[in-house]
Write a protein that binds this ligand. Sequence first.
Ligand SMILES: NC(=O)c1ccc[n+]([C@@H]2O[C@H](COP(=O)([O-])OP(=O)(O)OC[C@H]3O[C@@H](n4cnc5c(N)ncnc54)[C@H](OP(=O)(O)O)[C@@H]3O)[C@@H](O)[C@H]2O)c1
Length: 296
Amino acid sequence: MAKGEHEMVVRVLASGLHPTVRTRASGSHYTGAGQLPLVPGVDGVGRGPDGLLRYFALGPTALGAMAERTVIDTRLSVVVPEPADAVTLAAAMNPALSSWVPLRSRVRLEAGQGVLVLGATGQAGRLAVQVARRLGAGVVIAAGRNPEQLARLPQLGASALVRLGEPDADPALGELGAGVDVVLDYVWGDTAARVMAALASHRSEPTRPLTWVHIGSMAGPTAPIPGAALRSARLQVIGSGQGSNSPSQILAQLPDLVLAIRQGAFEVDARAVPLPEVEQAWLDSTGGGQRLVLVP
Ligand SMILES: NC(=O)c1ccc[n+]([C@@H]2O[C@H](COP(=O)([O-])OP(=O)(O)OC[C@H]3O[C@@H](n4cnc5c(N)ncnc54)[C@H](OP(=O)(O)O)[C@@H]3O)[C@@H](O)[C@H]2O)c1
C-alpha cells in the first residue's frame, strides 16, 4: 500500500528487461538495493488511481516494476499524453536516456558537432545514434561488433561504420574520429583504452576539446587509459549515470524524451512478453537485437 506523500500504487502496463534490471537483480549494479527477496524492474509505464498514464523510474527498491502493481514515487515519474504505446516507451526510455541526458545536460552537444558511438549495436547504442542526430550532430560514427546490426545504422543516422574486432578497427576509428567532439562509450574495458589512444594520436587539432562519456561497461569494468592520450589531446573523460547526473538533471529530461518517443522519433525494437513468461524471458539472451518488455 502506498504510504508516503509522493507514493502511488500503479497498475503496471509494461516494464523493460534492460541490462540494469539484470545487474540490479544480481547485486552487481552500483544502484542496487542489496536486498532479497527482490521484485526486479527499474522502470516502466503504468496507470495510477487518478487514471493518468505515467512513465516511472524506480530508485533502489526491492519492489520493482515486473509486477501487476508497484509503488512509484510520483516525483520520479512523468505523465504521458495519450494515446501512447506503453511497450515502446518501456523499451526505449532507459536505453535512450543514456545518451539523451549527457548530450542535453552534461556535454551540451552543439549543432554540427561530431559524435562517435562506441558500442552502437545494442539498444542504447542504436538509440544513441538516433538521439545524437536528433540533437543536431553533424556526423555520427558508429562502432560495434554485430555486422547485421551495424549495417542497419546508416538508415538510423550513422555517417560511417567501423566493425569492432576487425584488425584495422582502431586505426580506422582514429582516422574517422579525428575531428569528433564527443564519444558515447557503452563498451569501456581494453577496447575503450585502445580507441582512446587511437583518437588522441589522430586529432586534427590536439587542443580541440574531446569529451569521452563513459556510459556502459560491456567489455569490462575497468579501462587502462593511456596517460599519453590525456597529455596529447584535450581529452576529458566523464561518466554518465545515476549519481554523476543528479536526480533533478535526469528528471528534467524525461518529458521531452517521452514526447519524442511517443511521436515515433526513434526506431525501437521491442517485443512484449506476458509476465507469466518472465522466467523464460530472463533466460533468453537477446543481445542488442530486441528489448523484451514484460506485460502483466
Ligand atoms: N549509464 C546509463 O545511464 C545507462 C543507461 C542505460 C544503459 N546503460 C548501459 O549501457 C550498456 C548497453 O546497454 P543496452 O541497453 O544497449 O544493452 P543491450 O541492448 O543488451 O546491448 C549490449 C550490446 O553490447 C555489445 N557488447 C557486449 N560485449 C561487448 C564487447 N566486449 N565489445 C563490444 N561490444 C560488446 C553487444 O553488441 P554486439 O551484439 O555487437 O556484440 C550487445 O548488443 C549496458 O552496460 C547498460 O548497463 C547505461
